[in-house]
Design a binder for this molecule. Sequence first.
Ligand code: 4AD
Ligand code: MG
Length: 461
Amino acid sequence: MTNRRAVRELLNAVIPIAAVDVRGWVRTRRDAKEFSFIELNDGSCLKSLQCVVAADCAGFEAIRLATTGAAVRLEGDLVASTGKGQRWELKASSLEIIGTCPDDYPLQKKRHSDEFLRTIAHLRSRTNKYGAMARLRSRLAWKIHEFFQSRGFHYIHTPIITGADCEGAGDMFRVTTLPLEHVPQRDGKVDFDADFFGKEAHLTVSGQLAVETYCMGLGRVYTFGPTFRAENSNTSRHMAEFWMIEPEFAFADLADDMQLAEDMVKALLDFVCEECADDLDVFTNFVDPTLRARLDAVRRAQFARVSYTEAIAILAASGMAFEYAPTWGADLQSEHEHYLTEHHFGGPVFVHDWPRDIKAFYMRQNDDGRTVAAMDLLIPKVGELVGGSQREERLERLGERLGEMGLDAADYWWYLDTRRYGTAPHAGFGLGFERFLMFATGVTNIRDVIPFPRTPKHLEF
Ligand code: 4AD
Ligand code: MG
């Protein structure tokens, strides 16, 4: 009978434990005269377990194969460590090499650049930093569900392949089984009748429209899944595939929407600071020394709220030499976002009530005739973290808007049904999971907060 334990369990032990079986990968090995020290990591937590392997340990003759990266099994007693730096260590009674690791292993060295590690994305989870990132991602994903579930939101699985186009085509990936070498044509156009779905299909850019339909049945819903955008923007905060959390709730307005986003961001930050401290410390120690202080400040802050019109006035009065002059009616550039959140407000700020001409058809029109009830949450270092709005619940106004924007109401018949049958005010937003991780860890390149980044011209496997 074996007494299998995770390293995490052993490091958290309160009393010594006899005869445990632990398996993992060698981070380092140091050989002394009488014995060897193995730092064993199994991914269960950041820290490794110090294992003392002496000459009388069964299997000791294989110790030279316990090289950095090798998979090993150790049995022995967990005892109080007499050495500095750890409370417990394993006094090994047997060593078994499960998988050897030859010296061309690319992670021999302790520190590697992020750029290099990006070229070996399939191995980088074996480093402290990327292991910590992966655990933070996992824990936060769980917390996001907990946050919404505890507030009565139901998790809806919205489709990834979509026949609808959420916010105007152009930036969507096409899904097709038509042969590219010989595309069937009819009347000089691609014959989509011959395609898999008998019509054009794409990867979703947002689960919003689909989740809205469920909002009208279940009241409070959210979706959390991958979304795809084919825009060719090679920046440090855009990817072609990213994960988005999109809540949608009925009988709610824009103020409720902003409050929900603020509560969510704070709940997630409280969680990482309080429950993921070891992994978070990696980023304070190796990425951004001011991280912890910045996160604490945001947890305590009252997020600012400013209208788009006021924001433009603030930017115009800033005296800053922006590359793009702030003008009413234009989208905010990232230089504007940074000025507002980092310099002017010194913290997160919601910019609300945007010009309707630069926003999507489904956003609720304000009485002034030129703005819509939309909001973006801007945060220091990252810029836009959240985009959301109160939705246009008035059937007629929505129909007008579709027409004005050159969209065919017939394509949105199912969406319009939500306004036709029992329409109700509702609001929602999308929070970019990777943008949140960048903020929470101080990592400045979005490619380093997701296991396998997809960006223009980069798709390793
Ligand atoms: O502002 P966006 O485009 O909003 C929507 O898609 C709405 N349908 C959401 C809703 O109301 N339910 O995207 C929402 C967020 C952005 O604020 C940003 O954090 C993130 O998604 N995002 C991206 N993250 C990484 N790479 C990209 N290419 C992103 N585009 C948007
Ligand atoms: Mg946006």
